[in-house]
Design a protein around this ligand. Sequence first.
Ligand SMILES: [Zn+2]
Length: 192
Amino acid sequence: MSGAHSAAAGQKTSSSAPTRLGETLGAEASREIDSLLGKELGASRVEFEALETAVRRIVLQLGANLISAKLNATGRDDQGLALRCRCGSLAHYCGRRTKRFICSLGELNLTRGYFHCAVCRRGFFPQDHRLGQTERSLFPGVVRMIGQSAARVSFAESRQLLWELAQVAVSVKQVERTAESLGRQIAPMSRR
Ligand SMILES: [Zn+2]
């Protein structure tokens, strides 16, 4: 993404608030795994594959929740900042907006600062640019997975593969749009 936005006013430092939240999230995940293990390992026949899949999902989502908590608590794009827009004017802070993203660990609910430029009437989320998020709410790792699978199998099969192999839940539509967008980026390069 070429449109870097420069900070024009003071930046806030990150907070240590998520530490306690991290402990809570970790304890919740641990309890969930404990209960799952108690139930499954107590059965006469252990379905180990189902068990490891369930535990994997909990652990991955814990990682995603920790990242969300940390990102939402750091005020790098918080109130009070004015950022330089691509057009050169100052874009002003208009509050924080929450959106659901998908990374290779799971879902992230991120609350990010929104800035609007009155001159070119454009709004943007600096954090989205910083993290390399796409318009379709997918993180680069997931976009790469889609690119790899959609180049080999159908969009529906790609969605299935992402879920079965990596526990990443995307829709067929997301696979299709992402693959088409990647195709448009790759086509001019292959003609050189
Ligand atoms: Zn502007």
